[in-house]
Design a protein. Structure first.
Length: 260
């Protein structure tokens, strides 16, 4: 399997600080072939030191990929996935506790969203807290595989809000969960399988909020991802489109094209 990857992050046209953090890690293993890990964390824009929270989360996840995951490589496939999920659940809880204690010690509030996807072979494990998203783009379409943990999503699910009224809703930026701002955090966890070549996109809400899935597909479908440089340029163009639609938030994208 071949992996092409890029990370794009920018503070945008309004914010003075980029509170997002993103990474992609790829490793070659003897037993499972090439494996990859994409992460985007969006520090809470209305809270102090959101960039500290997102950076702490990404660094902890990077350490997990480099130090903890290799210890699982000799497990059979099912045990590996179960162990990885349990390990990541514990890690997210640990990160949340550390961020909360950091803020309490300094008298500040800080938190972050967290979205991550681990790929091994044709299978994946996705984690999500908050309203950053994971998209899977194949030759036919683009679809989100995470569900926002937000007041807006809850209202939509319950039929209390129409999609066309989202931009005027006073609670449009309120999250139901984030890492570091609550006593306990329960990630949305999903497992799935890729069927053929795909592009995986992890992104902050500044990226997806003003873009349609058709636009993501047009720019980042596998057949368009010829080189990592091409992917990065298309991510940059999509960010420019978002800014042209008056997006004010930081924008971060971690994209991986997986060729089987």
């Amino acid at each position: 399997m071949n992996v092409k990857a890029c990370v794009f992050t920018d503070r945008g046209k309004v914010r003075r600080v980029n509170q997002d953090a993103a990474m992609i890690k790829v490793a070659a293993t003897r037993r499972h072939g090439r494996i990859s890990f994409a992460v985007v964390c969006d520090g809470m824009g209305g809270l102090s030191k959101g960039e500290v929270a997102s950076c702490k989360a990404v660094r902890a996840l990077e350490n997990w990929f480099c130090e903890e995951l290799p210890l699982m490589q000799n497990m059979n496939e099912e045990k590996l996935w179960d162990t990885a999920e349990t390990s990541l659940r514990r890690l997210v809880a640990k990160i949340s506790g550390e961020i909360r204690r950091y803020g309490k010690h300094r008298g500040i509030n800080l938190g972050t969203t967290l979205t991550a996807l681990l790929q091994i072979g044709h299978r994946y494990l996705a984690f999500n807290v908050g309203d950053s998203r994971l998209y899977v783009i194949d030759r036919a379409s683009a679809r989100a595989i995470t569900r926002d943990q937000s007041v807006i999503q809850d209202k939509l699910d319950r039929g209390l809000l129409r999609p066309e009224d989202i931009s005027s809703d006073p609670e449009r930026n309120v999250l139901l969960q984030s890492v570091g701002t609550a006593g306990g955090v329960e990630p949305q966890v999903t497992r799935g399988e890729f069927n053929g070549d795909v592009t995986v996109v992890a992104c902050s809400d500044g990226f997806w909020r003003t873009l349609d899935t058709s636009e993501l597909h047009d720019k980042l479908c596998p057949q368009m991802c010829v080189t990592p440089e091409d992917m990065l340029e298309e991510c940059r163009k999509l960010a420019q489109t978002a800014w042209s639609r008056k997006e004010e938030d930081n924008i971060s994208v971690a994209a991986m094209c997986l060729e089987y």
